[in-house]
Design a protein around this ligand. Structure first.
Ligand code: NAD
Length: 352
């Protein structure tokens, strides 16, 4: 049973519009969407932080203080957290499988962001702190078969996380838990399962499967090649969460005291193979392509799904946007980006 009738969010708990909300990684996909979400709800004091120069931010939300800071530096974290009431830490050096299998050191160095952000948030007297963990924190040995059992929260231990990126997430989760236990900082931890939607990375090496497949299908259709290369054998299974579910879920988890310092799955439980994902995108694009498989490309674990029993039992809610539905605006947005780039207009990656 849900523990509340009216869902508790920043807005319904009557957080004052003037309370300072800090969002890191705000120049990226999810941080940008979260910034827009809170701004649209009328919050007047939002500080968005990212290391990218401002012209490269995916979204710039009007009325938001936007700072360019490298949060591996403790002084930058202190500046970011000054006066904060709530801190949402979404900054991390990350990307899809192509990135996290190749750049493990970069992924692990994001631990510096966690270390310094937690300390800075605590010293600033922040009331709540959110950490964006990942399904990559789960034991990889439970993910060797495409017909996976969905992962429940206790499956992270005994630990055998994804090399590099997953271990950093697992360690940072634990750090959050200790800040709660020892210092009383209220931390909240979501394990995101693949997130997709408009305003996400769609090219350049950091993109994830849904965006990469949309781009490849668009390219094949527009150039008349009619052929697509799929990483691995296409039988890998995954679930994909639409961005609107993700930002709403962050808000719900952050304001639920029963989830204090408790890693919680935030993902869709609609399992599909990569081949099925390609078919859905083909249907949206109105094409059928010849498929080639690249067994040497990064493919990640064989199968992964989110067991939502826990989040459902606590919040009475879970991400539920069907993949077919969420992919339509995602595809349209990437299609426009692709055309803009072809026409020499700026896109999210190559703004001046
Ligand atoms: P993203 O790459 O679009 O955004 C992350 C942002 O963090 C980038 O804009 C980057 O410039 C910024 N950043 C990196 N290092 C920084 C530093 N030292 N100082 C300041 N900013 C820095 O990624 P995203 O998809 O929006 O992911 C947000 C968070 O969610 C990350 O912590 C990620 O690990 C986690 N996550 C995402 C997914 C997903 O499917 N997108 C899945 C699991 C977990």
């Amino acid at each position: 049973m849900p523990d509340e009738q009216t869902p508790v969010t920043a807005a319904t708990m009557r957080r004052r519009d003037s309370d300072l909300i800090v969002i890191t990684g705000a120049g990226g996909f999810i941080g940008g969407a979260l910034t827009r979400y809170f701004r649209e709800q009328g919050f007047e004091r939002i500080r968005a932080v990212d290391r990218k120069p401002l012209p490269l931010w995916y979204q710039r939300v009007p009325g938001v203080e936007s700072l360019c800071l490298d949060l591996t530096d403790p002084e930058a974290c202190r500046r970011a957290c000054e006066g904060a009431v709530e801190v949402y830490n979404l900054a991390a050096d990350m990307g899809g499988m192509g990135f996290i299998e190749r750049f493990r050191i970069a992924c692990m160095r994001s631990v510096l962001i966690s270390v310094h952000m937690l300390e800075a948030a605590d010293r600033a007297g922040a009331e709540r702190y959110f950490f964006s963990s990942s399904a990559c924190a789960y034991n990889t040995q439970l993910q060797q078969d495409p017909n996976v059992r969905a992962l429940k929260e206790s499956d992270a231990y005994p630990a055998m996380a994804e090399r590099g990126y997953g271990w950093e997430k697992l360690y940072s989760e634990m750090l959050c838990q200790e800040y709660t236990a020892e210092r009383g900082l209220k931390t909240f931890i979501a394990r995101f399962h693949n997130v997709y939607g408009p305003w996400g990375t769609w090219d350049g090496g950091r993109e994830k499967a849904p965006a990469a497949i949309c781009r490849k299908v668009i390219e094949a259709r527009e150039t008349g090649q009619r052929r697509i290369t799929i990483w691995g054998d296409g039988q890998q299974t995954r679930s994909f969460m639409y961005i609107d579910d993700c930002v709403y879920g962050i808000d719900r988890i952050m304001h639920c005291d029963r989830l204090l310092a408790t890693p919680t799955n935030l993902g869709s439980s609609e399992l599909v193979t990569i081949n099925e994902l390609v078919s859905i995108v083909e249907a949206i694009a109105g094409v059928k392509l010849e498929r080639e498989y690249d067994p040497t490309a990064p493919r990640g674990v064989a199968g992964r799904n989110s067991d939502n029993t826990f989040i459902r039992s606590v919040l009475g809610w879970e991400p539920s946007t069907p993949l077919r539905e969420g992919l339509v605006p995602t595809f349209r947005w990437i299609e426009q980006q692709w055309r803009d780039r072809r026409a020499g207009r700026p896109t999210v990656r190559d703004l001046p």
